[in-house]
Design a binder for this molecule. Structure first.
Ligand code: GRF
Length: 192
């Protein structure tokens, strides 16, 4: 039985696209993306889901989302650019079954308010020479759950937050997330 995956999005969905492509190319073979949920009706990520023939869902609120996840018998929730904070009840309902991709090497540049471009502004501000992306389990502490995988990316002299974000996405996020989703899906499918 394949692990049934729901991907939660709020924006452009480039990480979702990487997952869709990885499913097509066979990198993700132990799981199947059966639902894309968003808190934003106009998220372009929903368009990507539609183009891939995957059911899209716009949540009214967390209860509405939980009902849909139960209805679809979801085993694994992947947060890919999802910007809503999940309640402790929600997280407890899916203990060790929610993973998130964060665009830095946790524990650097993470936690409350550190998301999107802000993360790369913080890295440039601090002057680190290496950054990257982290996939981790979600617990009640923002970006605090057990780390699953990380991938480093060099910072270049003339980097701006935008050029750095792009490189971290291309060279880290879009590679790391599919690998992590396959690893966790395989463990779930094996009943671990
Ligand atoms: C990006 O900042 C990415 O680093 C983070 O979520 C944001 C949007 O990603 N994971 P996406 O294009 O919507 O996947």
């Amino acid at each position: 039985m394949k692990t049934r995956i729901a991907v939660l999005v709020s924006g452009g969905g480039t990480n979702l696209q990487a997952l869709i492509d990885a499913q097509k190319s066979g990198i993700i073979k132990s799981g199947e993306i059966v639902l894309v949920g968003s808190n934003k009706a106009d998220a372009y990520a929903l368009e990507r889901a539609k183009n891939a023939g995957i059911e899209g869902f716009v949540m009214r609120d967390e209860t509405h989302l939980l009902e849909k996840l139960a209805e679809e018998k979801i085993d694994l929730i992947v947060l890919a650019g999802f910007l809503k904070i999940l309640s402790e009840d929600f997280i407890r309902a899916y203990e060790e079954r929610i993973i998130n991709i964060h665009p830095s090497l946790i524990p650097s540049f993470c936690g409350k308010g550190a998301y999107g471009l802000k993360v790369h502004e913080m890295a440039l501000e601090y002057g680190v020479k290496v950054t990257g992306a982290t996939v981790h389990f979600v617990n009640e502490i923002p970006d605090g759950g057990r780390i699953i995988a990380q991938k480093a990316v060099e910072i270049l002299e003339d980097d701006t937050p935008e050029t750095l974000q792009r490189r971290v996405m291309e060279q880290a996020e879009w590679i790391l997330l599919p690998q992590a989703v396959e690893m966790v899906s395989e463990n779930i499918a094996k009943g671990e």
